[in-house]
Design a protein around this ligand. Structure first.
Ligand SMILES: C[S@@+](CC[C@H](N)C(=O)[O-])C[C@H]1O[C@@H](n2cnc3c(N)ncnc32)[C@H](O)[C@@H]1O
Length: 212
C-alpha cells in the first residue's frame, strides 16, 4: 500500500523546490535502469532532507544505506564548510553508481563512501555525529540505532526512513519480516528516555529523533 497518493506526491513535488540537474539526472537514471528504484528517496523527501540539513548546518553526517547516492547528495548540501558526510552501502554495484555521481558533485571532497556492511563499518568511524540518516535493512534498525546513539551529539538528529513500511505497520496482526522489525524499532524508540521523536507521514514515514 502506498500511503500518499500519486496525485498528492506530484502536487507536493510541484510546490517543493526543484531538484538540481545532477539530482534530476540521478533520479531519472535510477528510475529507468534500477529494478529497485522505489528505494530512492525522491524529490519531495530529498528536498526535506536538504532543508533540514540547511537548518542544522551539520559538521558530520552519517548515512546508513547509500543506494545510488540520491539522499547523500541531498544531505550534503547543508554541510558546514569543511564538513564530512560518511555513507555506507552494502551492494558494490550501487556503491559504484553512487560514487560516479559523487565525483561529479560540488561535495565530492566532503563525501566518503564506504562499501560494505554497515554493522562492521560503523564501529570503525571515529566521529561524533550531528545528523544520521538510517535507511538500510529494516531488520537492522534497532542495532544501528543502539550502535550510533552514543556517538550522536546532544541535540543531534537521527532521521529514520520507512517507519510506516508501506502501511504494513498499521495491520492488526503484522506478519511481514520488515514491517515487524520496523514496528519493533518504533516501539523501541518510543520507550527510550534518551531521545524525543516525531513520526512524519512523509512518503513511507520518516521518524525524526533528537538526542536529549
Ligand atoms: C532504501 S535503500 C537507500 C536509499 C537511499 N538512502 C536514498 O534515499 O536514495 C537501502 C540501501 O541499504 C543497503 N543496505 C542494506 N543492508 C545494508 C548493510 N548491512 N550495510 C550497508 N548497506 C546496506 C541496500 O543495499 C540499499 O541500497
Amino acid at each position: 500500500m502506498e500511503l500518499v497518493s500519486i496525485e498528492a506526491e506530484e502536487y507536493a513535488a510541484k510546490f517543493s523546490f526543484a531538484e538540481d540537474e545532477l539530482l534530476h539526472e540521478l533520479n531519472l537514471d535510477t528510475t529507468e535502469t534500477h529494478t529497485n528504484s522505489h528505494m530512492l528517496s525522491g524529490h519531495v523527501q530529498g528536498s526535506f532532507l536538504t532543508l533540514l540539513s540547511h537548518l542544522l548546518q551539520p559538521k558530520t553526517i552519517l548515512e546508513i544505506g547509500t543506494f545510488t547516492g540520491y539522499s547523500a547528495l541531498c544531505l550534503a548540501k547543508g554541510l558546514q564548510a569543511g564538513g564530512k558526510l560518511h555513507t555506507i552501502e552494502l551492494r558494490e554495484e550501487d556503491a559504484t553508481t553512487a560514487s560516479s555521481y559523487f565525483e561529479r558533485s560540488a561535495y565530492k571532497n566532503n563525501i566518503t563512501l564506504h562499501s560494505g556492511d554497515a554493522m562492521q563499518i560503523i564501529p570503525t568511524l571515529n566521529e561524533l555525529w550531528d545528523m544520521v540518516f538510517i535507511d538500510a535493512d529494516k531488520t537492522g534498525y534497532i542495532d544501528y540505532y543502539e550502535l550510533i546513539l552514543p556517538f550522536v551529539k546532544q541535540n543531534g538528529i537521527i532521521i529514520v526512513d520507512n517507519v510506516l513500511f508501506h502501511g504494513q505497520v498499521l495491520e492488526q496482526n503484522i506478519s511481514g519480516k520488515n514491517a515487524t522489525a520496523v514496528d519493533a524499532f518504533n516501539k523501541h524508540v518510543k520507550n527510550d528516555i534518551r531521545v524525543e521523536q516525531v513520526v512524519l507521514t512523509v512518503r513511507d514515514g520518516l521518524m525524526l529523533i533528537r538526542k536529549l
